[in-house]
Design a protein around this ligand. Sequence first.
Ligand code: DQA
Length: 139
Amino acid sequence: MKLAIINGPNLNLLGKREPTIYGNNSFDNYLTELKNKYTNIEIEYFQSNIEGEIIDKLQEVGFSYDGIILNAAAYTHTSIGIADAVKAIETPVIEVHISNVTNREDFRHKSYIAPHCKGIILGFGLDSYRLAIEAFIIQ
Ligand code: DQA
């Protein structure tokens, strides 16, 4: 199985950024843990702070990979371009969030991407990504 994890803006700062919300672990550390746990799954990782680069990546992997785990971060709440890309591709997408966005500010309650996703996992810290992998495995 081939999965892509795509992270959006500011998620390159995980471990340093608002640790009370996003935790102390860097994504690089966490990715190593995931790769060690799921040795039979090919996991590609991509992070960008730039909306168009995220769209390019979705188009690149979205017709050949088995699944995409997408945390579009702040673009979740603003980007029709990313939502259209998720709608346009064939690979199923699971939207993930580290925090429980439903109990945060109102502007985080709206996701333009969610209606085009297979499902959503949020609020489990970095474990949200592992749960998304498990969701792709069990289907
Ligand atoms: C986030 C939640 C978003 O509202 C926020 O802009 C982020 C991270 C999360 O994983 O909890 O950058 O997607």
